[in-house]
Design a binder for this molecule. Structure first.
Ligand code: HEC
Length: 146
């Protein structure tokens, strides 16, 4: 959505461009009949562009957001208490700094499912879907998936 907003903001600043000045300087009676139509077409084009840009990233983003939510809220105790992860704004120091560790998705799934050392297992409190989502999220924001 932010890309779409930027595009729309861009379109607003463009109102100072020659084409619009040209329209303004036209005599009213000749400009009026054509303007509403082209304005509608422009609106349609902008809405179409938003739909194209918006839809698929949204589906991906919701998975990502789900994982972030597990990391920051749903896991009990919260991952944020023990781990530092810049994207989640956490600075826990009991477990390793995940930005430095850059764990793979599989590594996160294993750690969260079975626990490691003092880190508790979450297989009773989180669903497989939540564990996969948080693993995907952590590996993505740290670059561990590469
Ligand atoms: C009570 C503190 C605590 C909580 C809560 C916690 N962890 Fe950990 N975590 C640790 C500690 C400590 C280690 C290091 C364990 C070791 O290596 O002995 C660790 C290790 C890890 C590792 C590295 C595993 C590896 O392969 O080396 C990952 C990834 C991880 N945690 C992710 C998470 C996620 C995601 C959550 C939330 C679902 C979470 N942790 C919650 C303390 C915690």
């Amino acid at each position: 959505m932010s890309v779409a907003t930027a595009t729309m903001a861009g379109a607003t600043t463009e109102s100072r461009l020659p084409s619009v000045d040209h329209w303004r300087s036209r005599p009213r009676n000749t400009a009026a009949p054509t303007f509403p139509e082209s304005n509608n077409m422009r609106k349609t084009a902008v809405l179409g562009a938003i739909a194209l840009m918006g839809l698929s990233p949204l589906t991906i983003a919701s998975d990502f957001d789900k994982g972030k939510q597990v990391f920051t809220q749903e896991a009990q105790p919260s991952c944020t208490i023990c781990h530092t992860l810049a994207d989640a704004g956490s600075a826990g120091a009991i477990g390793p700094d995940l930005d430095e560790l850059k764990p793979t998705m599989e590594q996160v799934v294993n750690a969260v499912t079975s626990g490691v050392g003092v880190m508790p297992a979450f297989n009773e409190s989180l669903s497989e879907e939540q564990i996969n989502a948080v693993a995907h999220y952590v590996a993505t924001v740290t670059g561990g998936n590469k």
